[in-house]
Design a protein around this ligand. Structure first.
Ligand SMILES: [Zn+2]
Length: 853
């Protein structure tokens, strides 16, 4: 007879709960095997004939149960589909306390989860979402929090780190046993181990908590920046939450092979190397921001996620949205000059792009199983969720929002919670209808476009769901509406004022608060809203005349909205190109970066081959003055604003316009830089210079970059030279790069990015696409224990913007479905179809617009 565990959607019954794990794990690093024993203390809410817990690819060698003063052996039934084992008992266990004692053997995985070889002789764990079960038999769902007392037996040499500080060590001859302090209650996905040759500088104590940052010994010099960030951020976060840091010590560890960006394991945070290590004298500002943001994100999780944990994966978004928002907010307060919210705005724009598809999902999605939990780690969960929290904070005000968060932290201390618990606490602290606002934004798919048309002092607003597919936009008004907290910026003479409106229905008319007839109105002040605005022609034209009175974030939002309307066939591309043309004199680097990125899309994806040189001349004309203003050499004490303005201009001229003189200058300076002259190339220019050198590069350049990839210690430079190998446009070298990708010369963690660069390379993509299809099964097997990376490979297919390729991609992915990437496949194909249609629809107009100039 079928057992409930013979179903991949099986969830553990709620009435058998673990309270404490006492486990011992013995690891054989050379044989890549381990064995373990553990005792789990349980509370039974009803009498039981069987106890069910998770175990995947573990061989159970012993299972005993103690209860009511008796001890008995259990019969073990393995249920592979749900990755559980059922311990069947000879007689029924009474309600109350019980314990199971288990012994098992297992193997390290070949991928990047469970206990895996993380490069450089290091073994590390990655358990989220549900891979603790590959190392320990356990109750592997986030709702089952319990304390962990862990002891690890390992060879004598390498360091052994876990969640708590070590509290004892036993000498076992050639091996040793390290005992760790008992943890506060944790869900299994936060338990962690790192064993291997890693090293840190002496700890810095922050309010009594020792903070350390680990890397391979040769990379120790690159740990200082991330260490400083953690030391600065820890007290800020303690003060914000009103709860002290709970995990006794804080270790950050860089791992040479890592699937995601970082993982917030309690007290032992693990990172991809590029997200933790850098040399401040050579790193770009973008790298510093990224490391600061990732470090802070993982620290925020120590409260939001680790101290109070989601009850089930359907509230994963709450963890990730909160950590995302908190990281940007904290880094912004720490380094005001970085204006890091503008970086968030770019990520948010990508989330809106995804959320305008029919195949999007609500922030709070139903999650039935582990594969679905894995797919939930996307832009909607992180960036849209973060943007919605930002919108709610903006609506409640900073102080009342923080009071609500503190209430939530106290009320659910060390326990589990659901989203409504947070909305309840925020509502209590603010006396505002937070639940209504939050649920509309988190439970409905998509977002609104707000049409805004002004006549004199009256602004007429109308909302409907926004779809980027013109056919969907025309057909499916869909009826969904949102409570939209709009903040208007009204231009009133020389000054501008803000005006708040909560748009509850489909339409509204607002009387603008201005002395006379306002000069303009911008309907998303500071660009904090997660909605688009479509202005009528006169209202838009008035904005175009007052761009200088808008904040940089608002100019970027305007570009982003207008571009989205072109995609949805609600605007002509000529109007967008006219608007771009107005930005030639733009001095703000963030806006410049944005406009360069958008013109790069036109150059790469839309323009006809015959018109490309004309477009390149247009881009060159637009930005030549920018580079003339900054020059190539950085002045002493130059500001970041100037450095990044130069970098945006060099990218526009070298990578989009492909001006030979700019390319030659960048490559010449790169060669001097590689030869050791660090002053030859300002540090924010290195990435673009490497890309230019690769595109034009010959075999000597290819071999030089390959050698640099092998010898470079700094992970960012190493990865940059590696990915550049996939960007060579010489056909023979493109073929060599493709061979490298499929001959496993590329590190596992970088495989998806490498394939993405191949498919974006005009000279490599046909060959790369053919090879991807012929080697699909092998690549899939290689990435089987790194499903996040397989999803990135699927997304990379979105670069093939031609109808013939779209049809091939539809046929191929239809014939090769992936359980772990169903959503990614649907979204990639929907987006690709729209991109192909956009290209076919706009190509002629772009040519005519260029010819008319
Ligand atoms: Zn996170």
């Amino acid at each position: 007879m079928a057992h409930p565990t013979d179903d991949k959607n099986f969830r553990l019954p709620p009435d058998v709960r673990p309270s404490a794990y006492d486990a011992r794990l013995s690891v054989d690093l050379e044989a890549r095997r381990f064995s373990g024993t553990e005792r789990i203390d349980l509370t039974l809410a009803r009498p039981c004939d069987e106890i069910i817990l998770h175990a995947a690819e573990l061989e159970l060698t012993g299972a005993r149960v103690r209860a009511g003063g008796q001890e008995r052996d259990a019969e073990v039934r393995v249920a592979p589909l749900s990755e559980t084992v059922v311990l069947r008992l000879p007689s029924r266990l009474p309600t109350g306390q019980a314990a199971v004692e288990l012994a098992w053997k297992g193997k390290m995985t070949d991928g990047l989860r469970g206990l895996y070889p993380a490069g450089g002789g290091i073994a590390a764990t990655q358990f989220e979402a549900a891979d603790a079960r590959r190392v320990f038999p356990c109750f592997d769902e986030p709702g089952f929090k319990a304390t962990w007392r862990l002891a690890v037996e390992a060879p004598r040499g390498p360091l052994v780190l876990s969640n708590g500080p070590p509290v004892g060590e036993e000498d076992l001859g050639s091996r040793r046993l390290v005992r760790f302090a008992q943890t506060p209650p944790l869900p299994t996905y936060l338990v962690a181990l790192v064993i291997g040759p890693v090293q840190a500088h002496p700890p810095v104590a922050v309010r009594g908590v020792p903070v350390r940052t680990f890397a391979q010994p040769k990379k120790l010099a690159l740990t200082g920046f991330a260490q400083d960030v953690a030391v600065d951020m820890l007290p800020r976060l303690e003060d914000y939450f009103g709860v002290p840091y709970a995990f006794k010590k804080l270790d950050q560890v860089a791992l040479p092979e890592f699937e995601a960006g970082a993982m917030e394991n309690a007290g032992l945070i693990t990172f991809r190397e590029v997200a933790l290590l850098l040399d401040p004298t050579t790193a770009s500002l973008a790298q510093k921001k990224r490391v600061a943001e990732v470090v802070t994100h993982e620290l925020a999780h120590q409260w939001f996620g680790n101290w109070v944990t989601m009850s089930w994966w359907d509230d994963l978004w709450l963890n990730e949205a909160f950590a995302t928002w908190m990281a940007y907010k904290s880094v912004d307060q720490w380094q005001r000059g970085w204006r890091i919210w503008l970086d968030f705005d770019q990520r948010k724009a990508a989330a809106m792009h995804l959320d305008a598809l029919r195949s999007t999902h609500p922030i709070r999605a139903e999650i039935r199983n582990v594969a679905e939990a894995g797919e939930a780690f996307d832009l909607i969960t992180y960036e849209k969720g973060g943007a919605v929290l930002r919108m709610i904070e903006g609506y409640l005000g900073e102080g009342r929002f923080r009071e609500g968060i503190r209430l939530y932290m106290q009320r659910h201390a060390q326990g589990n919670a659901v989203a409504d618990d947070l909305w309840g606490a925020l509502g209590e602290a603010s006396r505002e209808p937070v639940t209504e606002l939050a649920n509309a934004w988190t439970r409905q798919s998509g977002f609104p476009v707000v049409r805004a048309s002004r006549q004199g002092r009256v602004l007429r607003l109308e909302q409907r769901r926004f779809f980027s597919d013109p056919a969907a936009a025309a057909k499916e008004s869909d009826g969904t509406i949102w409570p939209v907290p709009l903040v208007l910026r009204v231009g009133d003479g020389e000054r501008t004022t803000e005006q708040r409106v909560l748009l509850r229905g489909a339409t509204a008319e607002v009387e603008l608060a201005a002395e006379g007839d306002p000069a303009f109105v911008f309907a998303n002040s500071a660009a904090t809203g997660f909605y688009r605005v479509a202005y009528d022609p006169a209202t838009l034209a008035a904005l175009g005349r007052h761009l200088g009175q808008l904040a940089p974030s608002e100019r970027m939002a305007l570009l982003s909205d207008e571009w989205a309307l072109v995609r949805a066939a609600e605007r002509e591309i000529a109007a967008f190109l006219d608007l771009s043309d107005r930005f030639g004199g733009e001095e703000d680097y963030a806006v410049l970066e944005d406009i360069v990125g958008r013109l790069a899309v036109v150059e790469y994806r839309l323009v006809a081959d015959a018109d490309r040189p004309v477009l390149q001349r247009f881009v060159g004309g637009l930005f030549r003055q920018q580079l003339a203003a900054t020059g190539w050499d950085a002045a002493r004490d130059e500001t970041d604003a100037v450095r990044l303005r130069r970098a945006a201009a060099v990218r526009a001229l070298g990578l989009v316009a492909r001006e030979p003189a700019v390319v030659a200058e960048a490559v010449k300076r790169l060669d001097r830089w590689i030869a050791g002259d660090r002053a030859a190339l300002e540090q924010n220019l290195h990435e673009a210079a490497v890309a230019m050198a690769a595109r034009d590069g010959d075999v000597a350049r290819f071999d030089a970059f390959r050698a640099l990839f092998a010898s470079e210690t700094d992970p960012t430079f190493r990865r940059r030279y590696l990915l550049a190998l996939a960007a060579f446009e010489n056909p023979a070298l493109a073929a060599r790069a493709i061979d490298m990708a499929f001959a496993d010369e590329v590190p596992l963690q970088d495989t998806a990015s490498f394939v993405a660069v191949v498919l974006s390379n005009r000279s490599a993509r046909d060959l790369g696409w053919a090879r991807l299809r012929s080697d699909w099964e092998r690549l899939h097997a290689r990435l089987s224990a790194a499903p996040m990376l397989m999803r990135r490979v699927v997304e990379a297919i979105g670069a093939l913007v031609e109808r013939r390729r779209l049809e091939e991609a539809e046929a191929f992915l239809g014939a090769h479905p992936l359980e772990e990437a169903r959503q990614a496949i649907a979204q990639t194909l929907e987006r690709l179809r729209q991109d192909v249609e956009l290209r076919e629809r706009t190509q002629g107009d772009i040519g005519r617009w260029l010819a008319a100039r």
